[in-house]
Design a protein around this ligand. Structure first.
Ligand code: AMP
Ligand code: ZN
Ligand code: FE
Ligand code: FE
Length: 286
């Protein structure tokens, strides 16, 4: 088994890159991809550990992008895009990712100010202590729990941080098309993360997937800890229909996603066979 979707302390996971590699070994995984949000720092730190431990490690990333659905108006929606086989250095992509970190930082400054206004202050200093180069809303949420403003991470999102929350600040994410292009130009391949979330758009999911395939998307994530067996079958059918490859992973975040285990997801709902990686490599070679 393999796991192609994991986060470390370089973004919003709670395991260090080293702990993640050792954990993958302990779980008996045959390969692992680190897909931190908007940073390669976790992958870079894990690389020597993976080499020492003999754990095949794939360089990945998870990018926050926006998609304006082709049919109908309405606000653009957030789509998470996974990129694989980026084998740094790919200087242009690095620069572009740095720009995304800057955009994130600016959002965090505004979010911190907004929370202070609302009487639930979270300072940037507190956030950066946890989030390093990629501080995000999950860090804000856990600090808010710690400070007793809310009792759960979910409550922090519902009341303050989510799109409908009181402190929500829009982040100027790149378009999905641009994300796909950047990863392609760096020689990588792209996969739509947790497609189940497309349902939140209130639009036809299949239309969106067709639109993405036309934009040059390579794959969709069939196994994910938020997917049931029926979802898996459903996305496999869609992948086949639009000639997309298949990826899968737990989306492991350590304590930031309680109940999700490395490699096996929620209650064993993730089990990605090694041949998924072999087929993906074939896709990357074209
Ligand atoms: P950011 O990239 O800093 O805007 O944070 C995005 C992350 O916050 C996502 O990857 C999720 O892990 C988490 N997140 C976003 N919306 C919610 C929500 N409504 N409930 C729980 N977690 C959320
Ligand atoms: Zn995350
Ligand atoms: Fe995601
Ligand atoms: Fe993720």
């Amino acid at each position: 088994m393999i796991d192609l979707h994991t986060h470390t302390t370089a973004s919003d996971g709670t395991w260090t890159p080293e702990q993640l590699i050792l954990g993958a070994k302990q779980a008996g995984l045959e390969a692992i991809a680190i897909t931190d949000h908007d940073t390669f720092a976790g992958y870079e730190e894990a690389q020597p550990v993976a080499a020492r431990e003999g754990m095949p490690l794939i360089c990945g990333i998870e990018l926050s992008t926006k998609l304006q659905p082709a049919t109908g108006a309405g606000r653009p929606k957030t789509v998470h895009l996974l990129g694989y086989f980026l084998r740094p250095p790919a200087p242009a992509l690095f620069e572009w990712v740095k720009l995304q970190q800057q955009i994130r930082h600016e959002r965090n400054v505004q979010l911190s100010a907004r929370l202070a206004e609302l009487g639930v202050p979270v300072t940037l200093e507190e956030v950066h202590q946890r989030g390093r180069s990629m501080a995000g809303r999950p860090h804000f949420a856990s600090i808010m729990v710690e400070k007793g403003y809310v009792s759960t991470l979910q409550e922090a999102f519902d009341k303050y941080l989510d799109e409908k929350g009181a402190a929500y600040v829009d982040k100027h994410d790149p378009s999905l098309g641009e994300g796909i292009r950047q990863v392609r130009e760096a020689g990588g391949i792209t996969s739509l993360a947790h497609p189940i979330r497309l349902n939140r758009f209130g639009r036809d999911e299949e239309d969106l997937i067709r639109q993405m395939a036309k934009m040059g998307l390579h794959a969709i994530e069939v196994w994910h800890s938020d997917h049931t067996g029926r979802h898996r079958e459903h996305y496999e059918v869609l992948a086949h229909r639009y000639r997309l490859a298949i990826t899968g992973g737990s989306d492991f975040h350590g304590d930031n996603k309680p109940g999700v285990e490395l490699g096996s997801g929620k209650g064993g709902n993730v089990a990605v066979p090694r041949n998924v990686l072999e087929r993906l490599r074939a896709t990357a070679r074209g």
